[in-house]
Ligand binder design. Sequence first.
Ligand code: C2E
Ligand code: MG
Ligand code: MG
Length: 850
Amino acid sequence: MTAAGSFEAEDAAVEGMSRERLAAFLGALEAGACIWDENLRLVAWNDAFRISHTVPGHLLKPGTRLAEILDAGPRVLEDRRNGEETEAGALRGLAARGKLDLDRIYADGRTVAVTYDRFGRSHWLALYHDVTKQRNDIKLLRISEQELRSQHAQLDAALNSTPYGFALWDDAQRLVVCNELYRKMYHLPADQVRAGTPLREICRLSIGAGNFSGLAVEELYERYLNRIRGNLDPDQPQHYDVEVAGRTIRSTYTRSPGIGWVATHQDITDDLGKMRTLESRERDLAVQNLRFVAAVNNMSQGLCMFDAEQRLVICNEQYARIYGLPPELVRPGTLLKDILAYRLAHGVHPIEGVDAYFQRRFDLAHGGREGTDISELSDGRVIAILHHPMADGGWVATHQDITEQRLKEVQIHRAARHDALTDLPNRLMFSETMEAAEQRLRRRERLALLAIDLDHFKIVNDTLGHGIGDRVLREAAARLRSCCREGDDVFRLGGDEFAILTGPLEAERDAAVIAHRIVNRMAEPLEIDGHGIIIGASVGIAVAPGDGPTGEDLLKNADLALYRAKNEGRGAYHFFERGMDADLQERRTIEIGLRRALAQNEFRLVYQPLFNLEEHRISCLEALLRWYHPERGTIPPSEFVPIAEDSGLIVALGEWVLHEACRAAVAWPQDVAVAVNLSTVQFRNRGLLQQIRAALSESGLPPQRLEIEVTESLLLGDADATLSTLHQLRALGVRISMDDFGTGYSALSYLRSFPFDKIKIDKSFVHDISAKDGSRAIVTAVIGLGRSLGMSTTAEGVETEAQLELVRRQGCTEVQGFLFSPPLPASSIARLFERPGGVEEWIETLQKRA
Ligand code: C2E
Ligand code: MG
Ligand code: MG
C-alpha cells in the first residue's frame, strides 16, 4: 500500500463518494490515478500520479483540462493506441467507447499504460501504470520473432535466388533439397527429383536425359561417390568440370558436417578461356555453399522443411533437440505423421492433440500465408513456430522455445490483475469479470454482488501505522475468502473496499447468508503485535437480475446499499432497495446547495443560553447553525452537517461559524462565554488551531470566553493527534466541553483521557429522567463524576420544571433547554441580559413575555 493519497479536490463529492472515501480509494491505489469529470477536467488525483507525472504545480488543481496536462507534461513521443490515433483524438470518442486503453511513451523512455474507465455515472477513473519493463519484455519477444524471420529469409535466399544449380545430399546419398536451376541444368524431371531421392536414381535419370552419353548408371554413380569420399575437409571445397550434353558444368562440393554435402553447379561454357572470371566464380560458389550451411546450422532455432507430402526434407540439430527426436527420425523423407507419433509416445506432443496439430500444419501449408503459431507441449514447454509455406505445397518452419518469455507474460498479466498486498484480484480484474458476467445477466441467472467496506480501517491505519494496517487488510482478505462458497469471487477494489461476485444463487436469501457470515466473521477481534483490533465490516448487496441489468448498475446499487448499511450504524448488511437512488440524489442536491449557500450568505447563527444554577445568571450562549434556504426554508443542522462533514465542506463552514460566533460574543457582558460546536472532521484538518487563533484575534474575544464543544466520536479516532490539539487549545485558554455525553459508548473512559472543563449530559437522559430510574441513575453518576474530576456539568434539553428540579437537586452546574429559552437570533441577545437573575424569576419573566 502507498501512503494515503493526497486529495485536493474542491469538488469533493464524486458520484456520491465522500471526500474521505474518494481520498482513501485513490490513496490505496498503487498506480497513479486521477478522477476526471465528464468534461475531462481534473477532479482528484493521488500522490502516485503527482510523483510520476511531473505535472507543473500550477496545473495540479481541480478543474484543469486533461488536454492542458497532456500538453504541459514531459514530452510524449507517441500515444500507441494500436497505432491508430493520438490520445487526444481517442479521448474525443471516450464517452461513446466507455473505456480506453493506451500506451504513452515518454521522451525519457518510460512507457505508461493509461486506462480510462467509467467512474460512476459521469466521471472517469484514469489509471497510470509504468509498464516500461513489461513493454521491453514484449519488445524482446518481437525481436526474437524478427530474428526468426530474418533467418528464414537467409535460407530462402540461399535456396532460391542463387544463380547456381544447388543440391544438398545427406550422408546416405539421398537428396535433401535442390533448387530449380539444378534440375534444369541436368534436365531432370521435377516430379521425380525430390527430397529423399537416392543419388543412384538421379544418376539413372541424368543418363536417361542424355547428359553423359556412353556412361553407365553405375559408372556415373561411382564417380560421384569418389568425389564425395575424396573430400573430407569442410573448408576445402572441391571443383570438377564435366561435359553435360555439350555444355561445361563446373561442380563444387562442400562437406557440411551434420547434414551431408552441398553441391553447387555452374554452367561455365561461355566463360571458358576467360580464366580470371572463372577463378572469381569459383570463389563465389564456395562462399555461396558455406553461407547456406552456416545459415542452417548456426541458427539458434530449430529449423525444418517438409514437402507437400508432409515428408521431412531437412532439419537442423536444434529441431531434433527441441522435440527429442532420434537420428532415424530426422532423416529426409521421414513423415511428419511418424515424427508426431514418436513425440506422442514420448510425451512431447502438442496439448491440442496430434490430429489437430497435424491438420493445422497442413492448412497453414495450403493457406499460402506466412504465420506464427504457438504450440503448447504436454511437458509444459511453449514453442513459437514461424511457418513459411512454399509454392509446391511444402513449408519451412522455425521453432523456438519461448517457455520463459511466456511465463513472464503470464506473470505480468497476473500481476496487473492482482493486488500485491492481499493477492486478491484487483479492480481491473473486477471490471473484466463484471464484463464477462454480463452474459450471465443476460441469461437472467440469479447472482449477487456484495460491496464490502471495513468499518474502522482508517482509524487503525492512522493510529497503529501502515504496517499493521496492511496486515489487517491481509487478514480481512483471508476472512472474506473463508466466508465464500466455491464459485464466489472476492476482489479488492482498493483501500479497504472489497467486493464479492457470487456464483449462481437459488434464492436472494443465500446472499444474505453470505453477508451475515461476513459481518460476524469480520467483527471478531484480531490480534496483531499485541494489539487487540476490532475492525468490522458493512456490506451492501445488489441481486441480479432484479437490481440491475448491467454489471455497472449492479455495482452502483450494491454501493448504494453499502452506503445505507454504513449510515445505519455499520457492522451490518443491507440489500439494495428502490429509492436509495433518490436518497442519494437528495444528498447530492443538498451538497451542491451547501457550496452555494456559503458563498451567498445563507447561513446564520442562533444562540441558546446556558443558565448557571449556582450564580443564577446566563453564563454562556451556545452558537447553533441554521441554513435559511431560499426555497426550502430553514434547514436544521441535523440534515446538512453530516453532509458537510462527508464532503469536507465543514472545514470552511466551521471556520465561518468560529469567526461569526466570536464577533457576536464580544458585544455580550464580559462574564458570558460563547460555545461553538466543532466537528470531528475539523480536528482532522491541520489548520484548526490557526483558525481558532485567527477568530479570537480578529474579534478581540479573550480566549477564556470561548468554549469548544466536541463529541465522544472525536476520541475514537487518531487519539494522539487529537489530544495534542486539545491540549494546545487548552494552553491558549480556551475551555473544552464534552457534548452529548452518554450517547457514545465506553463514555467514561473518554473522560479520563482528557481533563474536560465541562460535561454536557445528553438531552435524551434529561428527557427520561423522571420516567426511568436508569436515566436518573446515570445523570446522578455523571454529575458526581464531574464533580470529583473537577468538571462542571450541564443538563441539555431541560423542558419542564420537574426536570429542572431533579437536575438541580443532583448538583448540576448549568442547564440549557426550551424551559429557559430556545435558540435566539443574534439581534435578540442583548435583551436577555436585561432580565433579573435567579432561576424562578427568569422563567417567570420569560413566561410573562411569551
Ligand atoms: P447540540 O450541540 O447538542 O445542540 C443542542 C441541540 O439541542 C440544538 O439542536 C438545540 O436546538 C436543541 N435543544 C436545545 N434545547 C432543547 C430542548 O429543551 N429540547 C430539545 N428536544 N432540544 C433542545 P440543533 O440546533 O438542531 O442542533 C443539533 C446539533 O447540530 C447540535 O447538537 C450540534 O451537534 C450540531 N450543530 C449545531 N450547530 C453546529 C455547528 O455550528 N457546528 C457543528 N459542527 N455542529 C453544529
Ligand atoms: Mg453542542
Ligand atoms: Mg448536545
